[in-house]
Design a binder for this molecule. Sequence first.
Ligand SMILES: NC(=O)c1ccc[n+]([C@@H]2O[C@H](COP(=O)([O-])OP(=O)(O)OC[C@H]3O[C@@H](n4cnc5c(N)ncnc54)[C@H](O)[C@@H]3O)[C@@H](O)[C@H]2O)c1
Length: 266
Amino acid sequence: MLQTAGDAPFIDYTSQFRLDGRLALVVGAGSGIGQAVANGLAQMGAAVVCADARPAPAAATAGAIGGLATSIELDLTDTLSIEAALLEIGAPHVLVTTPSVNVRKRIIDYTDDELDRVVDLNLKGTFKLCRTFGRAMADAGRGSMIGFSSVRSQTTEPGQGAYAATKAATVMLFKTLAAELGPAGVRANVVAPGVVETPLTKQITSQPAWHQAYADKAILRRWAQPSEMVGAVIYLASDAASYVTGSTVFVDGGWTAADGRFDPPS
Ligand SMILES: NC(=O)c1ccc[n+]([C@@H]2O[C@H](COP(=O)([O-])OP(=O)(O)OC[C@H]3O[C@@H](n4cnc5c(N)ncnc54)[C@H](O)[C@@H]3O)[C@@H](O)[C@H]2O)c1
Protein backbone atom coordinates (compact mmCIF):
# COMPACT_ATOMS: atom_id res chain seq x y z
CA MET A 1 0.00 0.00 0.00
CA LEU A 2 1.25 3.47 -0.88
CA GLN A 3 1.70 5.45 2.29
CA THR A 4 2.04 9.17 2.78
CA ALA A 5 3.96 10.70 5.65
CA GLY A 6 1.87 10.72 8.79
CA ASP A 7 -0.76 8.36 7.40
CA ALA A 8 -1.90 5.41 9.48
CA PRO A 9 -0.53 2.16 8.04
CA PHE A 10 -3.96 0.56 7.90
CA ILE A 11 -7.13 2.50 7.27
CA ASP A 12 -10.68 1.14 7.55
CA TYR A 13 -11.62 1.64 3.91
CA THR A 14 -15.07 0.14 4.38
CA SER A 15 -16.12 3.07 6.58
CA GLN A 16 -14.62 5.74 4.32
CA PHE A 17 -17.76 5.89 2.18
CA ARG A 18 -20.07 6.29 5.20
CA LEU A 19 -21.70 9.66 5.86
CA ASP A 20 -22.95 9.15 9.41
CA GLY A 21 -23.30 12.44 11.28
CA ARG A 22 -23.15 14.49 8.07
CA LEU A 23 -25.81 16.88 6.83
CA ALA A 24 -26.45 16.67 3.09
CA LEU A 25 -28.52 19.15 1.07
CA VAL A 26 -29.76 17.74 -2.24
CA VAL A 27 -31.31 20.35 -4.53
CA GLY A 28 -33.51 18.80 -7.21
CA ALA A 29 -34.48 15.93 -4.93
CA GLY A 30 -38.05 15.91 -6.25
CA SER A 31 -37.22 14.00 -9.42
CA GLY A 32 -34.81 11.88 -11.41
CA ILE A 33 -31.17 11.87 -10.39
CA GLY A 34 -31.64 14.14 -7.35
CA GLN A 35 -34.28 11.81 -5.94
CA ALA A 36 -31.98 8.79 -6.28
CA VAL A 37 -29.01 10.70 -4.86
CA ALA A 38 -31.00 11.79 -1.78
CA ASN A 39 -31.91 8.16 -1.16
CA GLY A 40 -28.32 6.98 -1.59
CA LEU A 41 -26.78 9.59 0.69
CA ALA A 42 -29.37 8.76 3.36
CA GLN A 43 -28.54 5.05 3.10
CA MET A 44 -24.89 5.93 3.76
CA GLY A 45 -25.95 7.59 7.02
CA ALA A 46 -26.39 11.28 6.11
CA ALA A 47 -29.25 13.41 7.38
CA VAL A 48 -30.60 14.50 4.00
CA VAL A 49 -32.53 17.68 3.29
CA CYS A 50 -34.52 17.15 0.09
CA ALA A 51 -34.87 20.51 -1.66
CA ASP A 52 -36.77 21.42 -4.79
CA ALA A 53 -38.71 24.31 -6.30
CA ARG A 54 -41.69 21.95 -6.18
CA PRO A 55 -42.24 21.28 -2.46
CA ALA A 56 -44.64 18.33 -2.84
CA PRO A 57 -42.23 16.04 -4.76
CA ALA A 58 -39.40 17.03 -2.39
CA ALA A 59 -41.59 16.08 0.58
CA ALA A 60 -42.52 12.83 -1.13
CA THR A 61 -38.84 11.93 -1.56
CA ALA A 62 -38.11 12.70 2.10
CA GLY A 63 -41.16 10.72 3.18
CA ALA A 64 -40.11 7.70 1.13
CA ILE A 65 -36.59 7.83 2.61
CA GLY A 66 -37.90 8.25 6.17
CA GLY A 67 -35.50 8.39 9.12
CA LEU A 68 -33.61 11.67 9.32
CA ALA A 69 -34.72 12.96 5.92
CA THR A 70 -36.57 16.28 5.73
CA SER A 71 -37.67 18.54 2.90
CA ILE A 72 -37.56 22.20 2.05
CA GLU A 73 -38.74 24.46 -0.77
CA LEU A 74 -35.80 26.05 -2.57
CA ASP A 75 -35.89 27.90 -5.89
CA LEU A 76 -32.43 28.02 -7.45
CA THR A 77 -33.30 31.08 -9.52
CA ASP A 78 -34.19 33.12 -6.42
CA THR A 79 -31.34 34.39 -4.21
CA LEU A 80 -33.73 35.12 -1.32
CA SER A 81 -35.05 31.55 -1.42
CA ILE A 82 -31.46 30.21 -1.34
CA GLU A 83 -30.54 32.46 1.58
CA ALA A 84 -33.71 31.45 3.47
CA ALA A 85 -32.79 27.78 3.02
CA LEU A 86 -29.30 28.41 4.41
CA LEU A 87 -30.78 30.19 7.44
CA GLU A 88 -33.10 27.25 8.03
CA ILE A 89 -30.65 24.37 7.70
CA GLY A 90 -27.18 25.87 8.26
CA ALA A 91 -24.01 24.91 6.40
CA PRO A 92 -24.26 21.31 5.15
CA HIS A 93 -21.29 18.93 4.96
CA VAL A 94 -22.47 17.87 1.50
CA LEU A 95 -24.19 19.97 -1.15
CA VAL A 96 -25.51 18.32 -4.31
CA THR A 97 -27.28 20.33 -6.99
CA THR A 98 -29.04 18.80 -9.99
CA PRO A 99 -31.71 21.15 -11.45
CA SER A 100 -31.34 22.00 -15.13
CA VAL A 101 -33.56 22.40 -18.16
CA ASN A 102 -32.98 21.89 -21.85
CA VAL A 103 -34.75 23.55 -24.76
CA ARG A 104 -33.62 21.44 -27.72
CA LYS A 105 -33.58 23.90 -30.58
CA ARG A 106 -31.04 25.14 -33.10
CA ILE A 107 -29.17 28.30 -32.11
CA ILE A 108 -30.50 30.34 -35.02
CA ASP A 109 -34.08 29.53 -33.93
CA TYR A 110 -33.65 30.27 -30.19
CA THR A 111 -35.74 33.05 -28.66
CA ASP A 112 -34.44 35.33 -25.92
CA ASP A 113 -36.96 33.80 -23.49
CA GLU A 114 -35.76 30.27 -24.20
CA LEU A 115 -32.14 31.30 -23.76
CA ASP A 116 -32.98 33.02 -20.47
CA ARG A 117 -34.81 29.93 -19.20
CA VAL A 118 -31.82 27.66 -19.78
CA VAL A 119 -29.13 30.07 -18.59
CA ASP A 120 -31.12 31.38 -15.60
CA LEU A 121 -31.48 27.90 -14.10
CA ASN A 122 -28.51 25.86 -15.33
CA LEU A 123 -25.81 28.49 -14.97
CA LYS A 124 -27.05 31.43 -12.93
CA GLY A 125 -29.12 29.35 -10.50
CA THR A 126 -26.29 26.92 -9.86
CA PHE A 127 -23.89 29.84 -9.45
CA LYS A 128 -26.17 31.60 -6.93
CA LEU A 129 -26.60 28.43 -4.86
CA CYS A 130 -22.86 27.77 -4.81
CA ARG A 131 -22.14 31.40 -3.90
CA THR A 132 -24.36 31.35 -0.81
CA PHE A 133 -23.64 27.81 0.37
CA GLY A 134 -19.97 27.92 -0.63
CA ARG A 135 -19.50 30.92 1.63
CA ALA A 136 -21.16 29.10 4.55
CA MET A 137 -19.29 25.84 3.97
CA ALA A 138 -15.98 27.71 3.77
CA ASP A 139 -16.81 29.50 7.03
CA ALA A 140 -17.49 26.09 8.58
CA GLY A 141 -14.10 24.94 7.26
CA ARG A 142 -15.28 21.75 5.57
CA GLY A 143 -17.54 20.24 2.98
CA SER A 144 -18.03 18.69 -0.43
CA MET A 145 -19.92 20.48 -3.23
CA ILE A 146 -21.14 18.33 -6.12
CA GLY A 147 -22.63 19.73 -9.32
CA PHE A 148 -24.15 18.05 -12.34
CA SER A 149 -22.62 18.61 -15.74
CA SER A 150 -23.15 16.29 -18.73
CA VAL A 151 -21.43 14.64 -21.66
CA ARG A 152 -22.72 17.78 -23.40
CA SER A 153 -19.85 19.65 -21.72
CA GLN A 154 -17.59 17.78 -24.18
CA THR A 155 -19.59 16.62 -27.19
CA THR A 156 -22.58 18.26 -28.78
CA GLU A 157 -25.12 17.84 -31.57
CA PRO A 158 -27.55 20.17 -33.34
CA GLY A 159 -30.08 21.62 -30.90
CA GLN A 160 -27.85 21.57 -27.79
CA GLY A 161 -26.26 25.03 -28.06
CA ALA A 162 -27.56 26.70 -24.91
CA TYR A 163 -27.65 23.54 -22.78
CA ALA A 164 -24.15 22.39 -23.81
CA ALA A 165 -22.75 25.85 -23.10
CA THR A 166 -24.22 25.80 -19.58
CA LYS A 167 -22.94 22.26 -18.92
CA ALA A 168 -19.40 23.25 -19.96
CA ALA A 169 -19.77 26.34 -17.78
CA THR A 170 -20.75 24.13 -14.83
CA VAL A 171 -17.41 22.31 -15.10
CA MET A 172 -15.51 25.59 -14.92
CA LEU A 173 -17.73 26.93 -12.12
CA PHE A 174 -16.87 23.93 -9.94
CA LYS A 175 -13.18 24.03 -10.86
CA THR A 176 -13.14 27.65 -9.75
CA LEU A 177 -15.01 26.80 -6.54
CA ALA A 178 -12.38 24.13 -5.93
CA ALA A 179 -9.61 26.70 -6.44
CA GLU A 180 -11.23 29.36 -4.28
CA LEU A 181 -12.55 27.21 -1.42
CA GLY A 182 -9.98 24.42 -1.27
CA PRO A 183 -7.73 26.30 1.14
CA ALA A 184 -10.75 26.59 3.47
CA GLY A 185 -11.31 22.81 3.40
CA VAL A 186 -14.14 22.65 0.87
CA ARG A 187 -13.89 20.30 -2.14
CA ALA A 188 -15.89 20.87 -5.34
CA ASN A 189 -16.43 18.38 -8.18
CA VAL A 190 -18.95 17.55 -10.88
CA VAL A 191 -20.58 14.39 -12.12
CA ALA A 192 -21.11 14.24 -15.89
CA PRO A 193 -23.80 11.72 -16.84
CA GLY A 194 -24.47 10.25 -20.25
CA VAL A 195 -28.12 9.59 -21.01
CA VAL A 196 -30.35 8.79 -18.04
CA GLU A 197 -34.03 7.88 -18.13
CA THR A 198 -35.68 10.71 -16.15
CA PRO A 199 -38.42 13.30 -16.77
CA LEU A 200 -35.72 15.58 -18.28
CA THR A 201 -35.25 13.17 -21.18
CA LYS A 202 -38.91 12.17 -21.67
CA GLN A 203 -38.95 13.99 -25.05
CA ILE A 204 -36.28 11.52 -26.24
CA THR A 205 -37.37 8.32 -24.50
CA SER A 206 -40.87 8.74 -25.95
CA GLN A 207 -39.46 8.54 -29.51
CA PRO A 208 -38.13 5.00 -30.18
CA ALA A 209 -35.65 5.89 -32.98
CA TRP A 210 -34.11 8.73 -30.96
CA HIS A 211 -34.04 6.60 -27.79
CA GLN A 212 -32.29 3.73 -29.62
CA ALA A 213 -29.78 6.03 -31.34
CA TYR A 214 -28.61 7.30 -27.95
CA ALA A 215 -28.43 3.77 -26.54
CA ASP A 216 -26.21 2.78 -29.48
CA LYS A 217 -23.90 5.77 -28.95
CA ALA A 218 -22.84 4.57 -25.50
CA ILE A 219 -20.21 1.80 -25.39
CA LEU A 220 -22.51 -0.09 -23.01
CA ARG A 221 -25.30 0.19 -25.65
CA ARG A 222 -27.98 1.35 -23.25
CA TRP A 223 -29.32 4.24 -21.20
CA ALA A 224 -28.58 4.63 -17.50
CA GLN A 225 -31.03 4.59 -14.64
CA PRO A 226 -30.87 7.40 -12.04
CA SER A 227 -29.63 4.89 -9.44
CA GLU A 228 -26.45 4.44 -11.51
CA MET A 229 -25.44 8.06 -10.79
CA VAL A 230 -25.53 7.57 -7.02
CA GLY A 231 -22.21 5.76 -6.46
CA ALA A 232 -20.20 8.63 -7.94
CA VAL A 233 -21.97 11.13 -5.69
CA ILE A 234 -21.46 9.04 -2.55
CA TYR A 235 -17.78 8.74 -3.45
CA LEU A 236 -17.32 12.49 -4.00
CA ALA A 237 -19.30 13.32 -0.86
CA SER A 238 -17.30 11.01 1.37
CA ASP A 239 -13.82 10.77 2.88
CA ALA A 240 -12.98 8.22 0.18
CA ALA A 241 -12.53 11.28 -2.07
CA SER A 242 -10.64 13.37 0.50
CA TYR A 243 -7.94 14.28 -2.09
CA VAL A 244 -10.34 14.76 -5.02
CA THR A 245 -11.27 18.30 -5.98
CA GLY A 246 -11.80 20.19 -9.23
CA SER A 247 -12.57 16.89 -10.98
CA THR A 248 -15.19 15.75 -13.46
CA VAL A 249 -16.41 12.19 -13.00
CA PHE A 250 -17.98 10.87 -16.20
CA VAL A 251 -20.73 8.33 -15.60
CA ASP A 252 -21.62 7.95 -19.25
CA GLY A 253 -21.40 4.29 -20.28
CA GLY A 254 -18.40 5.22 -22.41
CA TRP A 255 -20.22 7.94 -24.39
CA THR A 256 -17.19 10.27 -24.44
CA ALA A 257 -14.59 7.49 -24.85
CA ALA A 258 -15.48 6.32 -28.37
CA ASP A 259 -17.06 8.17 -31.27
CA GLY A 260 -19.43 5.29 -32.03
CA ARG A 261 -19.74 5.93 -35.78
CA PHE A 262 -18.53 2.56 -37.00
CA ASP A 263 -17.29 -0.77 -35.67
CA PRO A 264 -14.57 -1.79 -38.15
CA PRO A 265 -14.36 -5.50 -39.16
CA SER A 266 -11.45 -7.27 -37.44
N1 LIG B 1 -31.26 12.85 -17.53
C1 LIG B 1 -30.19 12.84 -18.31
O1 LIG B 1 -30.11 12.10 -19.33
C2 LIG B 1 -29.01 13.71 -18.01
C3 LIG B 1 -27.88 13.60 -18.83
C4 LIG B 1 -26.78 14.40 -18.58
C5 LIG B 1 -26.82 15.30 -17.52
N2 LIG B 1 -27.94 15.40 -16.74
C6 LIG B 1 -27.94 16.38 -15.68
O2 LIG B 1 -28.35 15.79 -14.47
C7 LIG B 1 -29.07 16.75 -13.69
C8 LIG B 1 -30.37 16.16 -13.18
O3 LIG B 1 -31.19 15.81 -14.28
P1 LIG B 1 -32.53 14.98 -14.10
O4 LIG B 1 -32.67 14.17 -15.34
O5 LIG B 1 -32.55 14.31 -12.78
O6 LIG B 1 -33.62 16.17 -14.13
P2 LIG B 1 -35.16 16.17 -13.69
O7 LIG B 1 -35.84 17.09 -14.64
O8 LIG B 1 -35.69 14.76 -13.57
O9 LIG B 1 -35.15 16.78 -12.22
C9 LIG B 1 -34.84 18.13 -12.00
C10 LIG B 1 -35.45 18.57 -10.67
O10 LIG B 1 -35.07 19.94 -10.48
C11 LIG B 1 -36.19 20.65 -9.99
N3 LIG B 1 -36.09 22.07 -10.34
C12 LIG B 1 -36.37 22.67 -11.54
N4 LIG B 1 -36.21 23.99 -11.44
C13 LIG B 1 -35.79 24.24 -10.18
C14 LIG B 1 -35.46 25.42 -9.49
N5 LIG B 1 -35.54 26.64 -10.06
N6 LIG B 1 -35.06 25.33 -8.20
C15 LIG B 1 -34.99 24.13 -7.57
N7 LIG B 1 -35.34 22.98 -8.16
C16 LIG B 1 -35.71 23.03 -9.47
C17 LIG B 1 -37.38 20.01 -10.66
O11 LIG B 1 -38.58 20.31 -9.94
C18 LIG B 1 -36.99 18.54 -10.64
O12 LIG B 1 -37.45 17.91 -9.45
C19 LIG B 1 -29.20 17.99 -14.58
O13 LIG B 1 -28.22 18.91 -14.20
C20 LIG B 1 -28.93 17.49 -15.96
O14 LIG B 1 -28.38 18.48 -16.80
C21 LIG B 1 -29.03 14.62 -16.97
